[in-house]
Design a protein around this ligand. Structure first.
Ligand SMILES: NC(=O)c1ccc[n+]([C@@H]2O[C@H](COP(=O)([O-])OP(=O)(O)OC[C@H]3O[C@@H](n4cnc5c(N)ncnc54)[C@H](OP(=O)(O)O)[C@@H]3O)[C@@H](O)[C@H]2O)c1
Length: 310
């Protein structure tokens, strides 16, 4: 059965330089245990999550369960530098020395000798793709990283990087959900006044299918926008009603239905859930069982768009 990836952005506590607390470590361990008990073995990290504390929580857990390492797929991301360590102050950095140093720090925090994949968190206009590819070759040769992916990159950027790499990139991590479906909208709103801005996603679905590049969908649960009154627009509210009635029909939950909506699309989409709620983790792990009908899939899409299809 299909399982989502678990995104570790919510582990480790505050995005400050405060050290990791025992309480956050314990909280994190309970979450990781629940994720594993539900059969999810693919974990997504980034060097910036809780300023490294998310990886630290995971690494401390791994130290106590060393035999687990080979059963897990652990990926991390680098390339975003928080200016002066402050949240919302991003600069991008994919330069040779920066990436090599970051990978060493990632491995140390995660308490592992290697990661299964390194993703480039965002493109950096000041690093040439040639320089970047050389850095990745070195990381592969050293045995520290087994494979590479990107995040928030356009097809043309992927093609530029791929030109210098002698192995295929395996994934592109982008925001994708029923609430944020530009990638799918682009498939049908062709040559229309109201066509969505391509937002760098033009041809990504096609490219991914042709090159076995998985689309790792972040924020697949729309960060709770279909549940949390404070985050809801009128359209979210109407769509939430539909989601809830379909959840009843399929004898499932809103959480699972949102993932099933993504998996219905015939592409290699891997949702990365970020919920820290144990019930929602359990619900997510069961989403692969749902066989959403074509009618229900379209009803959800049209409702979330708030307009008819062209
Ligand atoms: N590459 C990138 O640029 C990028 C950007 C963002 C994220 N990511 C990755 O993707 C992962 C997932 O992203 P995400 O956390 O935005 O995804 P998400 O799973 O859509 O959102 C999780 C957040 O939404 C809340 N939420 C979800 N369903 C809810 C519900 N029914 N009711 C109330 N609250 C609900 C969760 O709260 P609870 O914890 O209380 O459930 C949590 O705060 C991250 O962990 C990270 O690994 C990557």
């Amino acid at each position: 059965m299909k399982k989502p990836i678990y995104g570790c952005m919510g582990l480790g506590g505050s995005w400050t330089r405060d050290p990791l607390s025992t309480e956050e470590q314990k909280k994190g361990e309970t979450i990781i245990e629940a994720v594993l008990e539900n059969g999810i073995t693919h974990f997504d990290h980034a060097d910036i999550y809780a300023l490294g504390k998310a990886e630290e929580v995971f690494g401390n857990f791994l130290k106590q369960h060393a035999s687990l390492r080979e059963k897990l797929f652990i990926q991390s991301k680098t390339g975003i530098e928080l200016h002066a360590g402050v949240f919302n102050s991003s600069r991008y950095n994919l330069s040779h020395d920066y990436v090599l140093n970051q990978v060493d720090s990632i491995l140390k925090r995660l308490s592992t000798d290697y990661i299964d994949a390194l993703l480039l968190h965002r493109p950096d206009p000041l690093t040439s793709m040639e320089e970047l590819a050389e850095t990745l070759h070195l990381l592969k040769k050293s045995g520290k990283v087994n494979s590479f992916g990107v995040s928030n990159m356009s097809v043309s950027q992927i093609i530029r990087l791929q030109k210098y790499l002698n192995e295929p990139l395996i994934s592109n991590q982008i925001k994708l959900s029923l609430d944020h479906s530009i990638l799918i909208d682009l498939e049908v709103w062709v040559n229309r006044e109201e066509s969505p801005k391509e937002a760098g996603l033009s041809d990504l679905l096609n490219y991914s299918n042709q090159h076995n590049l998985s689309i790792q969908a972040y924020s697949p649960l729309a960060q709770g926008k279909f549940s949390l009154a404070a985050k809801m627009t009128e359209n979210h509210r109407k769509t939430a009603e539909l989601i809830n009635s379909l959840a009843e029909k399929y004898q499932t939950t809103q959480t699972a239905l949102l993932l099933a909506w993504l998996w219905k699309i015939p592409a290699n989409i891997q949702p990365i859930i970020g919920t820290t709620n144990l019930q929602r983790i359990q619900d997510s792990a069961k989403a692969g069982q749902i066989d959403l009908s074509r009618e229900d899939w379209y009803d959800l899409w049209i409702s979330s768009k708030g307009k008819i299809l062209p």
